[in-house]
Design a protein around this ligand. Structure first.
Ligand code: NAD
Length: 321
């Protein structure tokens, strides 16, 4: 069995490798070569923690396994560890024997950023120049860094519920050599691409804040009750997602579905666009929206890549198990 500790991931995994792994598994999901298992998420009644499992099997990439972990809200203050903790376990699909144990914390941020990047590549207008960000927390910086590699962006604009966090976005924009401007939500009309990644339970971005032709990646809503954008925006947009079942139950589409504004058949798999079986964006004025809920197969895909890189670079720890 191979162990790749969390401390090794940053030096091993690149944004390009994460992009390819996530794009490949989205394509495999759409062609039914890969499927996710039902998600388990439990409030365990200890330390206010939420713990769960996301797993799946990708027959195309031969990745079988599970990401186990969750959210321990007091970790930082009590123990000096980050609050989100996860580990990926990979199994041999031929034998069921455990193959690898991989630190999942940084990988989660990289695979989540890769998902919105895949959506930008396939759904944003090619002449997109203004990148808009809603959210400025831990994930937002990964999202922005990856997104800026998907186009010829000239400017970043940002809004956050807690404005004191906006310098996090400015730093990433500056590193990429781009100007950053803090805006009000109605200023988002200038953006050609918008990523929202917050932990909000009420919408910030309203349908009227968005201009025709914009691509929006909603990445924060991954639980029942969370919401980042007005449900009416989904009715105005062509909606894509990683996994339809998750989108309509725990993703952004849960609200538009509940309000009767869209139907399940209005939500399309991004993998179908990658595979060329869905045409994706069809006009310059169309609003496209990617509801990125986060699936276990993304975790397995990036973990499998990390194991390959760790073995190649001689940093994999092998244990007899
Ligand atoms: P974080 O705590 O670092 O940042 C939270 C962000 O949400 C900040 O920008 C904060 O200002 C904002 N926010 C807090 N309360 C708000 C409110 N009431 N209204 C609007 N904005 C508010 O968290 P993070 O690690 O960056 O995660 C952000 C979200 O992304 C979480 O909801 C997390 O569950 C989700 N997430 C999704 C995926 C996926 O695959 N889709 C993966 C990882 C994390």
């Amino acid at each position: 069995m191979i162990i790749v500790p969390e401390r090794e991931i940053a030096a091993l995994m690149t944004r390009d490798a994460a992009f390819d792994a996530v794009s490949g598994v989205f394509a495999a999901m759409a062609s039914k070569d890969a499927y996710n298992f039902p998600v388990i998420r439990e409030a365990i009644g200890h330390e206010d923690a939420l713990y769960g499992f996301k797993g799946g099997f990708d027959k195309a990439g031969m990745a079988l396994g599970v990401k186990a972990g969750g959210y321990w809200p007091h970790n930082l203050e009590k123990h000096g560890h980050i609050n989100h903790q996860s580990t990926v376990f990979l199994f041999d699909p031929d034998t069921g024997m455990v193959k690898a144990m991989v630190g999942g914390n940084l990988l989660t941020a990289l695979r989540t950023a890769a998902a919105s990047s895949v959506s930008i590549k396939h759904l944003a207008r090619k002449d997109a120049r203004v990148m808009g960000m809603i959210g400025a927390g831990h994930q937002a910086t990964f999202q922005l860094r990856a997104a800026l590699e998907q186009g010829r962006f000239e400017k970043v604009i940002g809004w956050n519920y807690h404005p004191d966090m906006l310098p996090n976005l400015e730093k990433v924009a500056t590193e990429a050599g781009l100007p950053f401007e803090a805006v009000e939500l109605d200023g988002m009309g200038e953006a050609d691409v918008i990523i929202s990644i917050t932990s909000a339970f009420a919408p910030s971005l309203m349908a009227d804040h968005v201009s025709p032709g914009t691509h929006i990646a909603c990445m924060g809503t991954d639980t029942k009750g969370k919401q980042e954008v007005e449900a009416a925006l989904l009715a105005r947009a062509t909606v894509f997602t990683d996994e339809v079942a998750q989108s309509i139950s725990i993703g952004e589409a849960q609200h538009a579905i509940a309000e009767g504004l869209i139907k399940q058949s209005d939500v399309h798999q991004i993998g179908a666009v990658i595979n060329g079986t869905h045409k994706g964006r069809t006009s310059e004025d169309e609003i496209t929206l990617f509801d990125g809920t986060g699936v276990g197969l993304q975790d397995l895909a990036v973990a499998a890549k990390v194991v390959e890189l760790a073995v190649q670079q001689g940093v994999a720890i092998e244990v007899d198990f």
